[in-house]
Design a protein around this ligand. Structure first.
Ligand code: FES
Ligand SMILES: [Fe+2]
Length: 429
């Protein structure tokens, strides 16, 4: 019975529909506050071959980094010269193992950020060695440069503990795309794991031209280790919506889905030949998500990863990787397929539909529906994991020095002449 019928029959006010879902993010205060990203994680910054002896500037979690390669190794420093605040990424290398600021030639050691020479103050510069810029742990994996953004001054944990395990334990070949994108990283991450969107938003993607998408699913979200998985319980390829009509994404030119089985690899139906490395992972569901915003979609022949790298409140970097676990001549086949099709269709047009939604999403407020359990479970995971991380990092936070209380002076002291000894020292960035 509709509300209108009820009011006609009984002259009672129509029942007020219950507000759907929750409307703000107060249940996840840490997540709500993580607009610029979560510190305490490794983030992919750029392709390894983009980093040379000429420093480049990148921003992650609102932190500006100057990244440079010296003698084959990559280094990251805070991208701000303490002298007058000029970005070190505007500078260059005057001595091996260092980077020099372009303004007055303050020169910093790459290993620890110590001020090693001040070119315009002569070899006996008194300020030398007395200050430093912050440095960051750097690793190179999967053809990418990764930087650890610390919470306090904790040592960086091993990157292998954070990378998806199958990428540490197996050799894979990688095709990928890195794009600066508008929108907050949380919208990008939520979109990636969003249970309801793919089958509708992406129905027009060329990537799906010959593969139908289901109409709707019953899905549960289950945790396993550091990850949460979307597990397909029931898949419906068409549905009759009362009073509106029938809806399906099946078309005569698309592959016929096997409607008798449910696959947890890929989302096109079951019965596919699966690469042995991927099969051995026994993923409970084909889409999974982990902190600090890493999406993994397992297909029969490759695994697709998305890293949503926070830049600032309004921008993130999309790092999409397609990893294939083959060797020998099969590698060439993968590269041909990646460069000829996947890069344009999947990492291009398909993923561009996601970028579009991330750009225009505006929440909270929001009213969630049943499939959004994928979003709320992710937020719960983020909230719990980060609370533990903060607690662990707290022991590395330097305690504020206790200063002895000073007597107030009765008369202002006379200004003394400026000497070298009064040049500010000991500050660090
Ligand atoms: S601002 Fe960097 S050397 Fe002066
Ligand atoms: Fe998507």
């Amino acid at each position: 019975m509709t509300g209108v019928e009820a009011s006609e029959a009984t002259f009672a006010l129509p029942e007020r529909p219950r507000a759907a879902g929750r409307q703000d993010w107060t249940a996840w205060p840490g997540y709500n506050a993580a607009g610029s990203g979560y510190r305490g994680y490794w983030y992919p910054v750029t392709w390894s071959n983009h980093i040379t002896k000429n420093p480049k500037s990148y921003t992650i979690c609102g932190e500006k980094l100057a990244i440079i390669r010296d003698a084959g190794k990559v280094y990251a420093l805070h991208d701000r010269c303490p002298h007058r605040g000029v970005p070190l990424s505007e500078g260059d290398q005057q001595f091996p193992g260092t980077v020099s600021c372009p303004y007055h030639g303050w020169t910093y050691r790459l290993t620890d950020g110590k001020l090693a020479a001040v070119i315009t103050d002569g070899p006996d510069s008194k300020i030398c060695g007395k200050l430093n810029v912050q440095t960051y742990a750097v690793e190179e994996r999967l053809g990418l440069v990764w930087v650890y953004i610390p919470i306090a001054n904790e040592p960086a944990p091993s990157i292998d503990d954070q990378l998806p395990r199958e990428l540490v334990e197996n050799k894979g070949i990688v095709g990928g795309r890195i794009q600066p994108r508008e929108g907050n990283w949380r919208f990008a991450c939520e979109n990636g794991f969003d249970e309801g969107h793919a089958k509708y938003l992406h129905r027009t993607a060329l990537w799906r031209l010959f593969k139908p998408m289901p109409t709707w699913n019953i899905t549960s979200i289950i945790p396993e280790g550091r990850w949460i998985y979307r597990v397909q319980e029931e898949v419906y390829w068409e549905a009759d919506f009362p009073g509106v009509g029938t809806w399906t994404n099946k078309r005569w030119w698309k592959k016929k889905p096997d409607e008798t089985q449910i696959s947890q690899i890929g989302n096109v139906g079951a019965g596919l030949d699966v690469n042995p490395v991927i099969a051995a992972q026994n993923f409970p569901g084909f889409a999974s998500l982990s902190m600090p915003g890493v999406l993994r979609i397992a297909y029969p022949k490759f695994i697709h990863y998305e890293f949503y790298v926070p830049v600032d409140e309004d921008n993130h970097k999309y790092v999409g990787l397609m990893v294939n676990f083959v060797s020998g001549a099969a590698k060439l086949g993968f590269y041909a397929k990646y460069l000829g099709a996947i890069r344009w269709l999947f990492h291009g047009q398909f993923s561009g539909q996601d970028a579009w939604m991330v750009e225009v999403t505006d929440a909270p407020p929001e009213k969630l529906y049943r499939p959004d359990v994928s979003l709320t479970t992710w937020r719960n995971l983020a909230e719990e994991e980060y609370a533990e991380k903060i607690a662990a990092a707290a022991e590395h936070t330097p305690k504020a020095p206790v200063r002895p209380t000073r007597e107030r002076r009765t008369a202002a002291p006379r200004p003394a002449p400026v000497t070298d000894a009064q040049i500010p020292t000991g500050t660090s960035e």
